[in-house]
Design a protein around this ligand. Structure first.
Ligand SMILES: *[C@@H]1O[C@H](CO)[C@@H](O)[C@H](O)[C@H]1NC(C)=O
Length: 559
C-alpha cells in the first residue's frame, strides 16, 4: 500500500513538474525568437578565425567581421600602411607587430580622436590636426592626418550655422539653461503620462508584446467627446525619431506639440515607443543590462515592433486603418515594414514622414559620417560604440561634434547633449525655455546596432538590411551583401516633410526617396529661410504653423 502511495505521489510530482516545465518551454517557444544569438555566435567564431588568419598570413588586416565593407575599408587602409614598413621588417616581427597593434587597438586606441578647443588646456597627443580652431589628435598611426579629413566630417554641418549672429548664440541659451531654471521647471521630471495629466488630457498606458519578446509602452490619448452615435474617431499613430520617445510629441505643450493638436482636432492619438528607448526596456527573458537585449537594428524594430503596435492600436480602437506620423527613425522603420510586409499598406490611411532618414548620401551629421564603414574614423568609432546600448561617453560626444559645437555655438549644455550634437540646433527656432526641457528628456536610448546600420547605409548609398559581414550575411540572407528594401512595395499614400538645413534627412536624399516611392502625395520643403533642423520638426516654435497645420490638412485630404 505504502509503495503504491509513494509511486502515486511520484507520478503526481513528476506530472506537475513536467507541466510546469512544459508551459515554460511552450511559452518561451511561442514568444521568443533568438535569430540573433546564432548570428552573434557566428560573428564570434568568424572573428577568431579571422584573427588567426590574419596572423598566419602576416598581413595587416584588421579583424572585423561586423561588416565586411568595414573589413575592406580597414584592409585597404592597412595595406597602404604595410607597404611602407614591409621592406624593413622581417615576417616574424611583422606578425608580432600585428598582434601588438590588435591588442593595443582593443584596449587603448592607437590614436585618440579627442578634439578640444585651442583655448583650453593643451593635451599632448603627439601629432594633431587643427581645422578652424578645432584640434583633433591624430598620432603617428592615425588614419586621420589632414585638415581635409576633418573638413570632410564637419564642414557641411557647420555651414548651416553660418547665419547665426554672435548675439543670437549668446542670448538664446545661456540664461535659459542655468541650473536654477532647471530646478524650477517641473516639466523636467515629468514623463509622458504625467505631462498629459498635468494638462488635463486623458491618457492610457498600454503594454504591447512583440513576437520576439519585447514589451513596448504605448500611450493613448483617447478621444474625449465621443458619444455612442458618433462615428469612431480616426486614429493617428505617432512614432518618435532616433534616440527619442513618446515625450517628444508633447514637450512644447498644448496647442504647440502635435499630439495635443491632433487630440484637440478629434483624433484618437497613440504614441509609440520602440524597443530600447526608456519606456520600452523590458523583455520576457533578456535583461537590458546585458548586450543580448540590444542585438537589434532598425530591421527588428520595423518587422517586430511596428506590426505589434499597429495591430494593437487597430484592435483596441476597433478601426481598420490608421494615419501614421513618423519622425526620422519613425519613418525609416515605416518604409522598411511596408516594403517587407506589403499587406500592412492596407492598414494605413495616410503616412506623414517628418525629416525621414532613408537614403544618407548627403548626410551632414558628423556622427553618421564617422560611423560609416568608408570613413577614416570608422575603426575607432566602431570599437568605442560597442555592441550593446548606444551610450557614448563624454569623450565620444566631443568627437561626434560636441567640441566643434562649443567652438561654434559656445554653449556647453547644448553641446553635451547627444541629440543636439547629432542633429544640430538652430538658435532661432527653439524657445529658450524648451531647450532645457528637451535635454532633460533626450536622448531616450537605442542600440549601437541601430546607429551602425545608419552608418552602413551612408557607405552603401542604399537603404538596406543590417550588414553582419559577408559570411554571416550568407547564412542570414543567402547573399554576401544585405538585401535592399524594395520601396516600390510601399503603396500607402505618403507625404514627405523635409528641410533644407537638416543634418540627417538632407533634401537631396529625400528627393531620392520620393523618386523611389510609388505613391507620394506631397513633398513639402520647409521654407529655406527658416533653417529647420531635424529636431525642429518636433521642437521648433514655428513647427505648428509651418508644418503641423499643413500635415493636418493633408491628413484630411488623404482620408
Ligand atoms: C510615469 O510615472 C508615473 C509615476 O511614477 C508612473 O505611474 C507611470 O507609469 C509612468 N509612465 C510611463 C509611461 O512610464
Amino acid at each position: 500500500m505504502k509503495t503504491i502511495y509513494a509511486l502515486l505521489c511520484l507520478t503526481l510530482v513528476q506530472s506537475i513538474s513536467c507541466s510546469i516545465f512544459m508551459t515554460k518551454q511552450h511559452s518561451q517557444d511561442d514568444i521568443i525568437q533568438h535569430p540573433l544569438d546564432y548570428v552573434e555566435q557566428q560573428i564570434h567564431q568568424q572573428k577568431q578565425k579571422l584573427q588567426k588568419q590574419t596572423l598566419n598570413k602576416r598581413s595587416h588586416q584588421h579583424s572585423d567581421s561586423d561588416s565586411d565593407s568595414a573589413s575592406r575599408a580597414a584592409a585597404s587602409h592597412s595595406a597602404s600602411q604595410s607597404s611602407s614598413s614591409q621592406s624593413s621588417s622581417s615576417q616574424e616581427d611583422e606578425a608580432k607587430h600585428v598582434q601588438d597593434k590588435m591588442n593595443v587597438k582593443h584596449h587603448s586606441p592607437v590614436y585618440s580622436v579627442i578634439m578640444k578647443l585651442k583655448k583650453e588646456v593643451d593635451i599632448n597627443h603627439g601629432d594633431s590636426v587643427v581645422w578652424k580652431n578645432i584640434e583633433m589628435a591624430s598620432g603617428p598611426n592615425s588614419p586621420v592626418q589632414t585638415e581635409q579629413d576633418i573638413e570632410d566630417i564637419f564642414g557641411d554641418s557647420l555651414k548651416t550655422w553660418d547665419h547665426f549672429t554672435d548675439d543670437a548664440k549668446k542670448n538664446t541659451f545661456h540664461d535659459a539653461i542655468s541650473e536654477t531654471q532647471r530646478e524650477n521647471n517641473e516639466d523636467f521630471h515629468l514623463n509622458a503620462t504625467e505631462l498629459l495629466k498635468k494638462h488635463q488630457y486623458p491618457v492610457e498606458e498600454h503594454t504591447v508584446a512583440t513576437d520576439d519578446g519585447y514589451h513596448l509602452t504605448v500611450l493613448r490619448i483617447p478621444p474625449t467627446h465621443q458619444t455612442r452615435d458618433d462615428k469612431k474617431k480616426p486614429v493617428a499613430l505617432l512614432m518618435h525619431g532616433l534616440l527619442g520617445s513618446a515625450d517628444d510629441w508633447l514637450l512644447m505643450g498644448p496647442s504647440k506639440s502635435l499630439a495635443y493638436m491632433l487630440s484637440d482636432a478629434g483624433y484618437d492619438v497613440w504614441l509609440g515607443n520602440v524597443r530600447g528607448n526608456k519606456y520600452s526596456r523590458s523583455h520576457v527573458s533578456k535583461h537590458p543590462a546585458l548586450n543580448d537585449f540590444w542585438k537589434f537594428s532598425n530591421d527588428e524594430i520595423a518587422l517586430h515592433d511596428l506590426p505589434a503596435i499597429i495591430d494593437h492600436v487597430l484592435d483596441i480602437s476597433g478601426q481598420e486603418r490608421l494615419h501614421y506620423i513618423g519622425h526620422s527613425q519613425g519613418a525609416t522603420t515605416f518604409f522598411a515594414l511596408m516594403s517587407e510586409q506589403p499587406s500592412y499598406n492596407e492598414k494605413i490611411v495616410s503616412m506623414h514622414a517628418l525629416s525621414p532618414i532613408v537614403y544618407m548620401n548627403y548626410v551632414r551629421s558628423p556622427l553618421f559620417r564617422m560611423i560609416a564603414p568608408t570613413s577614416k574614423f570608422y575603426q575607432y568609432i566602431h570599437d568605442q560604440v560597442g555592441h550593446g546600448a548606444f551610450e557614448p561617453g563624454k569623450h565620444l560626444i566631443e568627437t561626434f561634434g560636441g567640441a566643434a559645437c562649443r567652438e561654434k555655438l559656445g554653449c556647453r549644455h547644448v553641446c553635451n547633449n547627444l541629440n543636439y550634437v547629432i542633429s544640430g540646433i538652430n538658435v532661432y527656432n527653439q524657445d529658450a525655455d524648451i531647450v532645457p526641457v528637451v535635454m532633460a528628456h533626450l536622448p531616450a536610448g537605442t542600440s549601437a546596432r541601430v546607429m551602425k546600420q545608419y552608418g552602413q547605409n551612408v557607405a552603401s548609398h542604399d537603404f538596406r538590411k543590417y550588414n553582419y559581414g559577408a559570411e554571416t550575411n550568407m547564412k542570414v540572407y543567402g547573399a554576401s551583401e544585405p538585401p535592399s528594401y524594395d520601396l516600390s512595395k510601399v503603396s500607402a499614400p505618403v507625404n514627405l516633410y523635409h528641410s533644407h538645413d537638416a543634418w540627417l534627412a538632407h533634401p537631396k536624399d529625400v528627393e531620392k526617396l520620393q523618386e523611389n516611392l510609388p505613391n507620394v502625395k506631397q513633398s513639402f520643403e520647409v521654407p529655406e529661410q527658416q533653417h529647420f533642423t531635424d529636431l525642429d520638426f518636433q521642437f521648433s516654435k514655428k513647427a505648428p504653423d509651418t508644418v503641423y497645420q499643413k500635415l493636418m490638412e493633408n491628413m484630411q485630404n488623404n482620408s
